[in-house]
Write a protein that binds this ligand. Sequence first.
Ligand SMILES: Cc1cc2nc3c(=O)[nH]c(=O)nc-3n(C[C@H](O)[C@H](O)[C@H](O)COP(=O)(O)OP(=O)(O)OC[C@H]3O[C@@H](n4cnc5c(N)ncnc54)[C@H](O)[C@@H]3O)c2cc1C
Length: 341
Amino acid sequence: MTKGESITRRTVLKKSGLAIATVVMPIPIKTIPNNSEMKEKNEFDVIIIGGSYSGLSAAMALGRSLKKVLIIDAGDPCNKQTPHSHNFLTQDGKTPAEIASLAREQVLKYKTVSLLNDIAIYGTKTNEIFEIRTRLGELFLGKKLIFSTGIKDIMPKIKGFAACWGISMIHCPYCHGYEFNGQKTGIMSNGDSAFHYAQLVNNLTDDLTILTSGKANFTEAQRIKLASHNIDVIEAEIIAVEHEKGMVEKIVFNDGTKVQFDAIYGSRPFEHNSEIPMLLGCELTEQGYLKVDDMQRTSVKGIFACGDITTPMRSVANAVYTGGLAGAALNMELTTTTELF
Ligand SMILES: Cc1cc2nc3c(=O)[nH]c(=O)nc-3n(C[C@H](O)[C@H](O)[C@H](O)COP(=O)(O)OP(=O)(O)OC[C@H]3O[C@@H](n4cnc5c(N)ncnc54)[C@H](O)[C@@H]3O)c2cc1C
């Protein structure tokens, strides 16, 4: 492995296979040597699993502190389908890939940082050292771990929905709302969540409709408020989304009607891309995120986490912020505990 360079082996990553790969027990491709046989090249101060915005940000803080860092990244960030990323200073309107590529270039200039394109499939802790095994059969040892593996949005079984996700089916008004201002907009949600979206985006358009896809579940006060802002509610079940290259054209309902829309808001349930933090004992919050303290420490000593797996405040800016904080806090922990300064 060349320090400061990306390893070029291609990871065979089927989109649907990532979560599964991280749950099932690993089948080591190579014979795993014991600790004493490990070569120094496979030993790191910190192993960062997930090398998108949050993981790279953590790596930058650690690389600038001359810590020996390995980033393992499967190369499958959650925002890959969105044509342009917004609301991140200096990079507004760039493609997600452009932002990630520039970040990788800058981080890998630090000679103590290496990046491996692979999938971490198993982790364990022996004698205060973490062992991480990968899909390609590698075994790496780290004094500390950072998880920045992100989350996967679970798509509904509505034909056409997934193809529009991140293009005209949007979860975040700050990321993509401006681009659809003044246009015919739907909110695919119900109850408090739908009402919250309505409050957030009401000023962006005069043409707002809530699509509950089932019986509406609003309080009387919410109904009055929605009506006072001329926000219609359609309760018919949604069965399909007609679109052109991800741009919504019509929502199709089970009663045979079709209604034209330009954009639809809605959030999705999620699952973790990697189960390794949970296998290592990291606790989750009630909402299902990794529980971290104000320095991005998880509930397991020596394991930090950052980015989307730790918070519902989902944005590139927040991923970069929490990554930088995890890197700095972990660097301090390495200095004070491992190196006994
Ligand atoms: C459709 C969509 C559009 C968005 N648009 C915007 C926007 O315009 N502006 C904005 O600020 N935010 C936007 N966001 C939010 C933003 O993309 C996320 O907050 C950000 O990507 C989170 O960064 P992350 O590093 O935590 O995770 P991710 O970017 O999701 O990256 C996680 C990385 O970890 C890797 N990984 C996972 N498991 C493993 C494993 N076991 N081994 C190795 N690697 C692994 C993945 O392959 C991936 O590379 C959008 C999100 C979505 C879903």
